[in-house]
Design a protein around this ligand. Structure first.
Ligand SMILES: NC(=O)c1ccc[n+]([C@@H]2O[C@H](COP(=O)([O-])OP(=O)(O)OC[C@H]3O[C@@H](n4cnc5c(N)ncnc54)[C@H](OP(=O)(O)O)[C@@H]3O)[C@@H](O)[C@H]2O)c1
Length: 285
């Protein structure tokens, strides 16, 4: 049973490879990478795989039984890229694809949802056995905001009282590995999110508690938050994207209480407090 992972050089993909190696030999694991030199440390077979060089795709999937398609990071290009991967998987005889989609993709009005919906539709039309790993927000997405909050004495955002069921990449990677390792878990749709939701005000309170100083949460309008992020040197388009994500977060877009993630990984998800502890220790604070 050969398992291949796209985006294996990315932050999530590297952890998935590590988790699979703990459970099976490295031999049947294939890291698919557009930059193979970035994958040498993974200790598994590496094959060249560039979504934009479609001729690389089907040959790299020869002999692969299961494919983890980690969604591309190239927003705006992703439907065409994922279609090329799905077509190649079909041509190469891949039997099962697990895809990292987005939380409640079918109805969630976030700026990232539409490309995931389109990919889910392509997968459904492919006729291949498919598992949808609908990942929620990464807790690590708040690392930069927390670091800025420690420096400036306030956590800023535009998500109001919106609850955020974030989980770590480590937890989402464990879920992906669990699905790849167990046919009984395949062919399903999982809404993956952290067990304990938090608002940004609650995150600020946890940051304050652990840092030993008051760091209030300051809620802003979407436009003011985007402007504040852009002032830090962030590209305006990305600042606008993050601010728009916060606005839909205020309406509950990142909240989920299915507990699918802890059920899949067989343990509680990593709490926010542990992520804050890690960030404070790694920043030397
Ligand atoms: N749930 C969330 O909060 C959240 C947040 C951000 C992103 N995401 C999504 O989740 C995915 C995985 O997250 P991550 O943290 O692992 O992202 P990441 O670290 O940016 O990794 C993205 C991976 O995609 C690969 N890739 C990009 N373009 C490619 C192409 N044309 N051909 C082949 N490979 C290509 C990258 O290759 P290189 O190593 O060569 O760059 C990298 O391995 C992201 O790509 C994105 O779709 C989710």
């Amino acid at each position: 049973m050969t398992i291949a992972i796209t985006g294996a050089t990315g932050q999530l993909g590297q952890i998935v490879v590590e988790k699979l190696k703990v459970q099976i030999d490295a031999e049947p694991i294939v890291a698919l990478a557009r930059n193979p030199e970035k994958a040498t440390e993974l200790g598994v077979e590496v094959r060249v795989f560039d979504y934009n060089a479609t001729e690389t795709l089907a040959p790299a999937l020869v002999g692969v039984d299961q494919l983890l398609l980690i969604s591309s990071s190239e927003i705006g290009q992703r439907v065409a890229q994922h279609k090329a991967v799905i077509d190649a998987a079909k041509a190469a005889g891949v039997k099962h694809i697990a895809y990292t989609s987005f939380l409640r993709a079918a109805e969630n009005p976030t700026p990232v949802t539409s490309e995931h919906v389109a990919t889910e539709e392509l997968l459904a039309a492919s006729g291949l056995s498919t598992t949808l790993l609908r990942n929620g927000w990464y807790t690590e997405n708040y690392a930069m905001g927390f670091a800025a909050a420690l420096e400036h004495g306030a956590l800023i955002g535009a998500s109001g009282d919106g609850k955020i069921s974030a989980a770590t990449r480590e937890d989402y990677a464990a879920a992906a590995a669990a699905v790849l390792m167990d046919p009984a878990k395949q062919g399903k749709t999982y809404e993956l999110a952290g067990d304990d939701a938090f608002t940004l005000a609650e995150a600020a309170a946890e940051l304050s508690r652990q840092a030993g100083k008051a760091i209030p949460y300051v809620n802003m309008t979407e436009a003011d938050y985007a402007a504040a992020l852009a002032q830090t040197g962030m590209p305006p388009e990305f600042a606008g994207f993050l601010a728009a994500m916060d606005t839909v977060t205020a309406t509950g877009a990142l909240f989920e209480d299915s507990k699918d993630l802890s059920a899949l990984i067989g343990r509680e998800t990593t709490p926010l407090s542990a992520v804050v502890t890690y960030l404070l220790s790694s920043s030397g604070t």
